[in-house]
Design a binder for this molecule. Structure first.
Ligand code: GDP
Ligand code: MN
Length: 378
């Protein structure tokens, strides 16, 4: 489970890690109130679960009320890497002298926790690893004994020659490690950890990923979960008896069985299309369920055509065909629907679907080719 920056900052504070004053807002009015108590300048930061917000225009400084209004309303209407921004963090703006990267994570190859630090802060660590690997130090930690103070000191000395800064950073590393262990995190990351012009060292960003398998031990963290629009859809689908996962393509897929659904998506890709979703309708194909599945697929405005791929085993194809007809009576569909129905009573099903708006095909390959052709033709 990923925490938002404003949530991670609260945990940082609890463990003594210095952060700049600030608070979260969901509207311009709330932002103005926060800025009033902080004083200008402030930094406005999009709260979305992705990195690179700075580069995408999701981090901006406001020097007065006018600028704050403008920047908050702009950022609140943004989407960053497909994620809608609903909240912004308003924090005191600071003068940065130097940016570092520090983090703890699990190193799968050595099966140990590892401390990673880099003198190239503010940049994505993957970039540094690729371009300047010598600027990264990794320290493998003992699974039983944890991190020794000398390891924190050594890592800090790798970052700076300044004695005072070394001592501040190693204290932060010890606090961050305590946090990492006590909440069963997979990752805690401060990027940038900033040395400010007044000589203080503060966490200017905060990223925490908690191990999902350990969440039962941390109910207070579970309650911090903020569902994305996509996750809300997934939960709604589950409540209606099918599994739906939104993707970014243009071909809506409605399939029975997770394996067949995966195979269908593979074939769509192979033949030059891209699936808009994964959807496993499950065992029975009652019209009610099919109708709500189609309705959910259609909520995605990227969808240009739908492919229905059903293998009728225990469910008979003629029942499915009738169900489909009933379903499209319930939901208004203005895009083509290609249907591949095979298995028990498929001949009857084929007859039922003759002279209907549904495009019947005889095989999975035919169906996928057809739907890809329809979408690519536009
Ligand atoms: P990310 O791009 O999603 O990792 O978001 P960050 O929280 O790391 O912010 C991006 C960058 O904005 C940081 O690397 C800093 O250089 C800059 N930044 C953040 N807060 C401040 C601030 O208070 N003052 C200044 N001058 N820059 C800031
Ligand atoms: Mn960052």
């Amino acid at each position: 489970m990923n925490l938002q920056e404003y949530q991670s900052r609260e945990l940082f504070k609890k463990f003594g890690i210095p952060v700049v004053d600030g608070s979260v807002a969901s509207s311009v009015e709330e932002a103005l109130k926060i800025a009033e108590t902080l004083g200008y300048s402030v930094v406005v930061k999009a709260q979305v679960l992705t990195g690179g917000r700075g580069k995408s225009g999701g981090v901006k400084i406001a020097n007065n009320e006018e600028e704050l209004k403008e920047k908050v309303s702009k950022i609140l209407s943004m989407e960053i890497k497909g994620l809608k921004v609903n909240k912004v963090l308003i924090a005191k703006a600071v003068q940065i002298k130097k940016e570092f990267y520090v983090g703890f994570t699990v190193d799968r190859s050595s099966k140990r926790n590892v401390l990673i630090v880099s003198s190239e802060g503010g940049v994505e660590i993957e970039e540094v690893a690729k371009n300047d690997p010598e600027k990264i130090l990794k320290v493998s930690l003992d699974p039983l004994l944890g991190m020794f103070s000398y390891q924190a000191k050594n890592a800090s000395m790798f970052l700076t020659p300044n004695k005072d800064v070394i001592s501040k950073i190693s204290t932060i590393l010890e606090q961050l490690f305590r946090l990492y262990i006590s909440i069963d995190a997979n990752l805690v990351e401060i990027n940038p950890l900033a040395l400010l012009s007044d000589g203080s060292v503060v966490a200017l960003d905060a990223k925490i990923v908690v191990d999902d398998n350990a969440l039962f031990r941390h109910p207070e963290i579970e309650t911090m979960r903020e569902l994305t629009e996509e996750e809300k859809l997934e939960i709604e689908a589950k409540s209606k008896g099918f599994t739906y996962i939104k993707l970014n393509g243009s071909i809506g897929c409605l399939v029975n069985g997770a394996g067949l659904a995966m195979a269908t998506m593979d074939l769509v890709k192979l033949l030059g299309g891209s699936p808009a979703n994964f959807l496993d309708i499950g065992g029975s194909s009652n019209p009610e369920k099919v109708a709500s599945a189609i309705e959910m697929i259609l909520r995605d405005k990227n969808v240009k055509a739908i492919l229905i791929n059903i293998f009728g085993g225990i469910t008979r194809c003629d029942d499915v065909a009738n169900g489909l007809l009933e379903a499209i009576k319930k939901v208004k569909v203005e895009i083509p629907i290609v249907v591949r129905l095979t298995g028990t009573n498929e001949d009857i099903a084929k007859k039922i679907l003759e002279n209907t708006p549904l495009i019947y095909v005889d095989s999975m390959v035919d169906g996928v080719s057809k739907v890809v052709e329809l979408v690519n033709r536009g």
